[in-house]
Design a protein around this ligand. Structure first.
Ligand SMILES: [Cu+2]
Length: 151
């Protein structure tokens, strides 16, 4: 299982290296959660590190009709999820989108998110000068976060 995930992660890294436009952001450890048959939504996680202050505006994917930026937060002792409009990425400090925190919510999935599928996601970013940039990310679908020992 881990070997399989590792090969998807490497494939995703290769795609990223080729397709990455000039957005000043590095993406690491991107993945999307596997969804059961008939389950219409999934979540995507990654660590984003900006080289200059950047605002994450959202994302789109051909694999989902709706992609929203969400935050999970403990309110009292209840975990609550809410949509957030934007997420600030400070220069040089990684911002982790992870289970229990920020994530992309993918809704109205166009295909079943089976482990092994690689889902494209295009991030929309605004740089410090106000220019909008896009950044293509490949999301290997997995049941759990890929092992950090993938190399
Ligand atoms: Cu969510």
């Amino acid at each position: 299982m881990h070997k399989l995930l590792a090969s998807f992660a490497l494939a995703a890294a290769a795609v990223l290296a080729q397709a990455q436009p000039a957005a000043p952001v590095t993406v690491e450890g991107a993945w999307a959660r596997a969804a059961l048959q008939g389950q219409g939504s999934s979540a995507a996680y990654m660590t984003l590190t900006a080289r200059e202050p950047v605002t994450l505006l959202g994302a789109t994917s051909p694999a989902a009709a709706i992609v929203e930026l969400h935050e999970m937060k403990l309110e009292g002792d209840v975990m609550k999820m809410r949509a957030v409009d934007t997420l600030e990425l400070p220069a040089g400090r990684g911002v982790e989108l992870k289970p229990g925190g920020y994530h992309f919510m993918l809704m109205d999935l166009k295909a079943q998110f089976k482990p092994g599928l690689v889902v494209p996601l295009t991030l929309r970013l605004r740089d410090a000068k106000g220019a909008e940039r896009t950044l293509k990310v490949s999301l290997p679908v997995a049941a759990a976060a890929p092992s950090p020992h993938k190399h």
